[in-house]
Design a protein around this ligand. Structure first.
Ligand code: HEM
Length: 292
């Protein structure tokens, strides 16, 4: 009996000591920044169980209507939590243009790598030294210079395990407090009747613009206004978009040039949506192809 009490007591002591140490380190030695930003409105959520569960429970075909009803209730910019990480949804092509083109600098960031990736990539040399060589002090210096409160940094001597633990905690908390993924409702842009006449009709000629009889290429970069954004828009637009367009045109042109296309009898294409693992056409195009 005494033995069991002793074991329980030592487990209790070790848990409390590590908890207290962690609290003291986080409270007094790590430079924590206050939350600076107020995020856009979000639907009611149970802490820890995120809003995302709400979104994941619905089928892919419902996602748009669900997001739309949230936008109708809360406005064009909303926040949904995926765990503790905020994901912001921006609806509408005008807001997308305002964000990505007119205020491109503010939206030029991309999500950072995870804490582990950061350590492995940017501090790869330091970490391997920390684990395998006697020069792990380099990592400690890197940590004290970058992450610890300057007044405490100098007189600080940490064990190797604590250095790595603090570094990971710090990077993780930075990620949580300072990053949010931003999504634009791209499919909605394609269905927007203010951008496209009869948006669901198959009209390839809609991409042939004519200004006083002069043919003008459709602006897929969205620099003047965004009507669709398959390659993103603004500063971080896909740098390969011209090459991609060239390949796509070349691919389609060759399919037409090299093959004879015949419709399958009684096959009516139906472009309406069907939810499978991805969203697919209800009745896709079927053809008989033969080499010319
Ligand atoms: C149909 C083909 C392609 C599509 C639909 C596409 C689409 C995209 C999209 C949506 C982005 C993200 C833009 C953003 O973050 O706002 C992107 C980024 C990028 N794409 Fe493409 N892309 C295509 C082909 C290519 C090709 C052929 C290359 C290279 C030769 C390329 C290189 C890149 C690179 C390097 C980025 C990252 C740019 C950055 O983060 O600053 N892409 N692409």
């Amino acid at each position: 009996m005494n033995q069991w009490l002793l074991i329980l007591f030592s487990i209790f002591i070790s848990i409390s000591v590590s908890g207290i140490l962690r609290f003291i380190l986080n409270r007094y030695f790590i430079n924590t920044k206050p939350t600076l930003y107020k995020l856009p409105p979000s639907p009611q959520s149970i802490p820890v169980i995120s809003n995302l569960l709400q979104l994941l429970r619905i089928s892919p075909s419902d996602i748009h209507s669900n997001l739309n009803s949230l936008h109708a209730k809360l406005g064009p910019i909303i926040t949904i939590y995926s765990g503790s990480r905020p994901v912001i949804f921006i609806a509408g092509r005008f807001l997308a243009h305002k964000a990505l083109v007119q205020n491109g600098a503010m939206f030029a960031n991309r999500p950072p790598a995870s804490a582990t990736q950061k350590i492995v990539s940017s501090n790869q040399r330091l970490v391997s030294l920390a684990f395998y060589g006697p020069t792990w002090r380099l990592l400690r210096r890197n940590l004290t210079e970058n992450f610890l409160h300057p007044s405490r940094a100098k007189c600080f001597s940490l064990s190797r395990r604590w250095v790595l633990q603090i570094l990971l905690n710090r990077l993780e908390s930075q990620e949580k407090s300072e990053t949010a993924a931003i999504n634009f409702l791209v499919a909605e842009m394609g269905w927007d009747p203010t951008a496209w006449e009869d948006p669901l009709a198959f009209k390839p000629e809609r991409f042939l613009n004519h200004d006083n009889g002069i043919g003008r290429e459709f602006d897929i970069t969205g620099s003047r206004e965004i009507k669709m954004m398959p390659f993103g828009a603004g500063r971080r637009i896909c740098p390969g978009y011209q090459l991609a367009m060239l390949h796509l045109e070349y691919y389609v042109a060759n399919l037409i040039w090299k093959f004879e296309w015949k419709a399958v009898d009684g096959d009516d294409v139906d472009l309406s949506e069907k939810a499978e693992r991805l969203m697919v056409m209800k009745t896709p195009l079927q053809v008989h192809l033969s080499p010319r």
